[in-house]
Write a new protein. Structure first.
Length: 198
């Protein structure tokens, strides 16, 4: 499956135009949050995602966490809000949780993500694909100069649950990187998007 992943678009018309071009060549689109600037212009941005020729899986970032994004997304049939939700597409199990990009340990993530573990066991033969806004700790995805700023709770989860692919964002300096953590590929795509074969 060919996926177009993006994060931290922050309402950039240039980035959205680039994503629209790339969307023609993939099977699925993933957005890992912060597609707005503090929620401004959200309906127009979602209309643009809706116009893309493929389904969009989307979670909120810290710029959208004050919004009822689940309710807003219901008006857009091509967009699936995936925070604390999951979907099976072919033999892939996609699930999401925004995660906290401002702490190393995220107790809310640790509690909420427990709900998905029985399903990961049930669909153990499927490829497991996690979407978070926050990146895991200690990867190219969370590196600012010489300091790692990511989330240890997320890193522990992807290792323990043997996640196949983890798409994230939040740390702009870590954009356009792919890191391997044990057997998990961690992708911080950035605003202009990366096409990834999964």
């Amino acid at each position: 499956m060919k996926v177009l992943a993006c994060s931290d678009v922050h309402a950039s018309a240039k980035a959205m135009k680039e994503l629209q071009k790339k969307a023609k060549f993939v099977d699925l689109i993933i957005c890992c949050g912060d597609f707005t600037v503090f929620g401004n212009g959200i309906l127009q941005l979602l209309k643009m995602f809706q116009s893309f020729p493929k389904q969009v899986l989307l979670i909120q970032g810290n710029h959208e966490d004050h919004l009822d994004l689940e309710k807003i997304c219901k008006a857009f049939p091509n967009i699936l809000y995936l925070h604390n939700k999951a979907i099976i597409i072919d033999n892939y199990f996609f699930f999401g949780n925004s995660g906290n990009g401002f702490t190393h340990v995220d107790e809310i993530f640790e509690q909420e993500i427990k709900k998905v573990i029985p399903y990961l066991k049930k669909y153990k033969d499927y490829k497991k694909v996690l979407l978070t806004h926050a990146p895991p700790y200690g990867t190219k995805a969370d590196l600012i100069i010489d300091r790692h700023c990511g989330n240890k709770s997320i890193k522990n989860f992807i290792i323990e649950q043997k996640i196949d692919f983890h798409f994230c964002g939040h740390i702009h300096e870590g954009a356009k990187t792919i890191t391997e953590v044990h057997k998990t590929k961690v992708i911080n795509s950035g605003p202009y998007g990366m096409i990834v074969n999964i």
